[in-house]
Write a protein that binds this ligand. Sequence first.
Ligand SMILES: Cc1ncc(COP(=O)(O)O)c(C=O)c1O
Length: 400
Amino acid sequence: MTTEETLNLFQRYVIPNYGRFPVVLARGEGSHVWDADGNRYLDLFCGWGCNLLGHCPPPVVEAVRAQLGRLIHVPNTWYTEGQGLWAQALSERSFGGQAFFCNSGAEANEAAIKLARLHAAMPRYKIITFEGGFHGRTMGAVSATAQPKYHEGLGPLMAGFVYARFGDLESVAQLIDDSTAAIMIEPIQGEGGIRIPPDGFLAGLRKLADDHGLLLIFDEVQTGCGRTGDWFAYQGFGVTPDVMTLSKAICGGLAGGAMLTTAEIAKSLRPGMHACTFGGNAVAAAAGLAFLETIEREKLLEHAKRLGEVFRQRFTELQQQCGLVREVRVRGVMVGLELAIEGAATVKACMQRKLLVNCTHGTVIRLLPAMTLTEQQAHQGCDILAEVLQEQAGKQASGQ
Ligand SMILES: Cc1ncc(COP(=O)(O)O)c(C=O)c1O
């Protein structure tokens, strides 16, 4: 099928709720993807952060192929070995709790929101979330998302969310009252522009939660599963949440999600109070286990940290040379470049040079590359991005 024919299919049959580039992606391998016309791209925004081992990672592909021939899905009224092993693997790499499985980030957050309310019990139901945060598009998760642009036309939103300023402990303390049940935050805001909290902020939230008997929920949908060079971002900050939500990379590119919490808190999610038909299905579990084992076997956490240093060094140099780069924010393979201009034209110019990057929050170039990216590929990507930004700076200076 030609690119044009596929675009025509979409025009006729697919609801146009996404802004899409007019490119049909056909195949992927590692940090490269090919379009239907045979062009190869270096992908530094692998699967919107889901392909943390790159496209079609062989150990995940093999595990899924083998599982598909044994058992694809059975309801959660039965036990499966894979789901148990997957929960154990996540628990042993985090804070030793228990898992509820689902298919997406929004679903994981819905589970956390319900757990927070069930655990606190009326009259405590309010959850404090943060301006610039992002928690998903279901009604609960979008109500937790303190960004007016995602609320337009959807009201009335779900009641019970109040919004504090990211990085401002005083604004959190002021919102706590007798009806507060939990604080929910991304330890690094992803969609909000790779915003890293100031030193001591997450520890301050931990203390506020402890002092007031609130649950501290970390949405690690984007930061989790190795992205920051630790298994979970909270480990890098030395602040442990009561509840953690995961998705995106958790199955190495297949749909999956999880909410983890301590065995004690988990008791509040009583049998029958929550469920997810496909949650923890046999194929997701096989993929999730293969994903974790691959990171360990190939020492990819260490590699992600090294890649982070390459990006930091290259972009800090670029910032010194190019006035368009205002700030560089890096944690492992989670990279944000705050620009002095809107970033859409930069994304487009990179794409013309066969480099895939993302722009979020208007002015932030966001990179969520695979942990399997080679240092050479990281340099290639930095070269292209630097060239594009220098060119744009030149145009700006000459008033074009
Ligand atoms: C931090 C965070 N939470 C939740 C979500 C929602 O995930 P999903 O699109 O899988 O529902 C996202 C998606 O980008 C996210 O970045």
